[in-house]
Design a protein around this ligand. Structure first.
Ligand SMILES: [Zn+2]
Length: 308
């Protein structure tokens, strides 16, 4: 199907139902439909076309395997264990902690700081991490916190294990933060990762074009997140993200679409020829990580992912 579409046969897209069809218009550049055709559209189309070819031809040892899996076999990703997808948000508590430390707050490291109310409301206690103040829980109104290091009866210590969500968690494109940040990755790289995953998902949608359209990604949606894709038109949800990522990338690089397209081609070329992603020393020690040709990133814990 992808081959047909990139060869200029848009009949499958044209006979798809709305609004899926309109969402897939970026894949049509034959001009016969009177759709607008400018440099931006052509460059985006070319990027998708080249990305499709490296994805389809990626061997199992390639770093692209994960994206290929997301594009064409997403239903296999959540069994037996739900997989972490590249470019998703991390446990929000890590960001809160980091923001506070960046602000110069006096927070004792290596101490537990997270507590929760009996209703499930989660909160943070700074400095030594022991309760010194009482307050009304915003969730249920009970007294939480404590005095003189003694917590109230409704307060329990929360475990600090990583709760980064598995699966696809992003809200609609318009709610996607402008400056994405996760795991200390710079905003431009973080956005590039999102552009790659949405390109893969977009190609996945297009490759399965039918009337009615099948649903490709229901299995990987994390229903505890802000993702509303399950109740939305899948093609539009993904295409909106993909367009948004592209637009944000141009702004982040303070550049133009030609530069962006060249940079991304370079990046895709590099990933497709490199099959090794060796972890930094910290991650390699005590594990056989360095010996494996491809990291099983989908099951990496936050600590391991951070050290990569
Ligand atoms: Zn409460």
């Amino acid at each position: 199907m992808l081959l047909r579409i990139f060869a200029g046969d848009e009949s499958a897209i044209v006979s798809a139902p709305s609004p899926d069809k309109e969402a897939m218009f970026p894949l049509i550049i034959s001009g016969g439909l009177g759709l607008p055709l400018d440099t931006d559209i052509i460059l985006r189309w070319r990027l998708l076309g080249h990305f499709a070819s490296v994805l389809v031809s990626a061997p199992n040892s390639s770093l692209l395997t994960s994206l290929k899996m997301i594009a064409f076999h997403p239903q296999e990703m959540m069994a037996p264990e739900p997989a972490y997808l590249p470019g998703m948000d991390e446990d929000i508590r890590n960001r809160v902690m980091k923001a506070l430390l960046d602000r110069g707050e006096n927070i004792w490291k290596f101490k537990s700081h997270w507590y929760k109310c009996t209703c499930g409301y989660s909160f943070f206690i700074g400095e030594c991490g022991r309760p010194m103040e009482q307050a009304k829980c915003p969730g249920c109104g009970l007294q939480i916190g404590g005095r003189d290091h003694n917590k109230t009866q409704h307060t329990t210590e929360d475990d600090e294990t990583d709760r980064s969500p598995a699966g696809y968690v992003l809200p609609t494109a318009e709610k996607d933060e402008k400056h994405v940040s996760f795991r200390d990755i710079p905003a431009s790289s973080a956005r590039a990762i999102r552009l790659l995953i949405h390109s893969a998902m977009f190609l996945g949608v297009v490759s399965s074009t039918k009337n009615p359209m099948p649903r490709n990604f229901d299995d990987i949606i994390n229903d505890d997140s802000m993702c509303t894709m399950r109740s939305a038109c899948e093609a539009k949800y993904i295409a909106d993200h993909w367009k948004n990522d592209w637009k944000q990338m141009v702004e982040l690089l303070s550049s133009n679409v030609e530069d962006l397209a060249a940079t991304l081609h370079n990046l895709i070329g590099l990933i497709s020829t490199q099959s090794n992603d060796n972890p930094k020393q910290a991650a390699a020690s005590g594990s056989s990580g360095a010996a494996e040709s491809v990291p099983d990133w989908s099951t990496l814990t936050l600590a391991k992912r951070n050290s990569w």
